[in-house]
Ligand binder design. Structure first.
Ligand code: FBP
Length: 555
């Protein structure tokens, strides 16, 4: 098979490991902290997770480990959206297993969690993993979004585990997939199946994080990829001086990606969903904010600019959030009826919905352009989420800005020319070659997952922290999955879920943005970060995101 020069070079990149994981297996000591509690709803979660609730935080350090590493058989699943570095998690897990005992076996389940329930394993050999080291994508075994939730699916997972004599399963996924990991760990414990379950924090969205999980992998590479593109567009805009570019960025709920890209590129406007929700801004007020920048720049003769839009925005605008909540409940409660009318004309759907929506939501629904209203009705993902990547918010905002600017022009409040282009950057960044940061971080996460398994633990998320320090000083270990959980409404019912980490408005990244954005709104301050560099000086190749550096006060 023909491969690119970079791919060839990346095969021989050696990821950096924390000092604690560089040791012989017998020299990796495991330290246990105090028992932990969930974020909220402790009683309900204790009841649901009788066996795995409240475990201690685990940290690895250089020391003595008298556990003999017997041969292990482990299965690994890539779950949910692609994120750069997934292959390196598997590589770290594979290398750890083989270092522990050369007779250990690693299976990858094909196509995500359904590969486990449908018993579709592929043995990961040295030859296979060597073709994927330090490369992007999840194509080594594929991914999927199946949610393991029915008694039949749990039983099928156990059946596969027994057939393959699995000691453990590693689920590489985001908040929903790791919620699944917790449910599976609990089920196996309840059944005394002797199968451990360990999660790894993946998602480009960056919203699976806390004190012990400083970043989800893939966020670094995806943001750097989008920032390169935004910088290039900024330079084009500043050269041609004729277009406003409205750029929607992935990040299903949280605005971490948009915020990080704003810090890297200094656009004229960056909407932050969490702020919009806090201020209770209506869609119309959001458009006001954008138009204020457009009008301000037009005063200086600058009829061009950049607006960054987080893809989850619509779910944070109070009136649309309420509408989506009502739609979710209506669609969950009337699945069959809705499926029957789904192919009907929009008018018939609207009439059907009007009877069920509250008065306020009905008028919001009817005020939206038909294409957007239809997108709000599209299938939810298996975890009950609206598929926001399919909602063309950038087009909606362009359309609304056009109308508003025409009104302002009539009133003499705007004298410029407005010509806008919409973009959506999402899939472009999810399978890029992992940055050195993600390559190292992912390899360490995979290796750490192996140590958690070898230590007999279950219901943990692999954790590597102190990430702004050199990799040698990173701290590896595990965080109990139940520690990150609370109860939330999903598919019309209360469910245990890992809480998403949204942008904190009093956090350092947002504060840095807030301080600068007034100037960026009117002046042209674009930055051009360029493409990710894999070889060269550390300050060019190995820097983590600005978000992480600001959060850890090293920016
Ligand atoms: P995960 O949460 O599974 O990591 O996926 C995140 C994401 O990339 C979102 O940013 C985006 O909204 C969604 O996946 C798109 O999903 P799909 O790949 O199914 O279109």
């Amino acid at each position: 098979m023909e491969i690119s020069a970079l791919q060839k070079a990346r095969y021989s990149y050696t990821p950096k490991l924390p000092a604690s994981l560089k040791q012989n297996i017998g020299e990796i000591a495991v330290h246990f902290g105090d028992p932990t509690e969930s974020l909220a709803d402790q009683a309900a979660l204790k009841e649901l997770f009788k066996n795995i609730y409240g475990k201690p935080i685990v940290t690895f350090a250089e020391g003595q480990n008298t556990e003999i590493c017997r041969p292990l058989t482990v299965g690994v699943i890539l779950s949910g959206g692609q994120a750069p570095g997934g292959h390196n998690v598997i590589a770290g897990l594979y290398d750890g297993l083989k270092k522990g005992n050369s007779k250990s076996t690693l299976y990858g389940f094909l196509g995500g969690p359904s590969g486990l329930t449908d018993n579709k394993p592929l043995e990961i050999t040295g030859g296979l993993i060597d073709q994927y080291r330090n490369t992007g994508g999840f194509d080594i075994i594929g991914s999927g979004r199946t949610k393991i939730e029915t008694p039949g699916q749990f039983a099928a997972a156990l059946d596969t585990a027994k057939k393959l004599s699995l000691d453990a399963i590693v689920i590489i996924g985001g908040d929903d997939s790791n919620t699944n990991a917790a449910l599976l760990a609990e089920y196996f414990e309840e059944k005394k199946a002797g199968v451990q379950v360990i999660g790894c924090p993946k998602t480009i969205d960056g919203d699976l994080k806390n004190e012990y999980i400083e970043a989800s992998f893939g966020f670094d590479t995806a943001c750097k990829t989008y920032s390169e593109l935004i910088g290039n567009i900024g330079r084009d805009a500043n050269s041609a001086k004729k277009y406003w570019h409205f750029i929607k960025l992935m990040g299903r709920a949280a605005s971490h990606i948009a915020l990080e890209c704003a810090l890297q590129t200094q656009p004229n406007v960056c909407l932050v969903s969490e702020e919009i929700e806090k201020l209770g801004l209506s869609l119309s007020q959001v458009v006001d904010r954008i138009c204020a920048s457009i009008a301000g720049r037009a005063e200086n003769g600058d009829n061009f600019g950049i607006v960054l839009i987080p893809e989850g925005l619509v779910e944070f605008i109070p009136e649309i959030k309420q509408l989506i909540g009502e739609l979710n409940d209506i669609m969950a409660a009337n699945q069959e009826e809705f499926a029957r009318i789904e192919s009907d004309s929009f008018h018939e759907i609207a009439v059907w919905l009007a009877k069920k929506l509250s008065g306020v939501s009905e008028s919001v629904f009817l005020s939206l352009p038909e294409s957007i209203a239809k997108e709000l009705l599209a299938d939810r993902d298996p975890h009950g989420n609206v598929q926001v990547s399919r909602i063309e918010t950038e087009k909606l905002l362009i359309q609304m800005a056009e109308t508003r600017l025409a009104e302002m022009k009539k009133a003499g409040a705007y004298k410029g020319k407005f010509s806008a282009l919409g973009h959506f950057f999402g899939y472009e960044g999810r399978c890029a070659f992992p940055s050195n940061f993600d390559a190292d971080y992912c390899y360490a996460l995979g290796f750490s997952a192996f140590v958690l398994i070898a230590s007999g633990l279950t219901g943990y998320l692999s954790s590597v922290r102190n990430l702004t320090a050199p990799a040698n000083e990173w701290i590896a270990g595990g965080v109990p999955l139940t520690m990150m959980m609370n109860m939330e409404r999903r598919h019309g019912a209360q469910k245990p879920v890992i809480r998403k980490a949204l942008v904190e408005l009093d956090g350092a990244p947002f504060k840095a943005f807030e301080k600068a954005r007034g100037k960026w709104a009117v002046e042209t301050c674009f930055l051009f970060p360029g493409s990710i560099q894999y070889y060269g000086p550390g300050e060019v190749c190995d820097q983590p995101t600005k978000t992480l550096r600001l959060e850890k006060c090293r920016a």
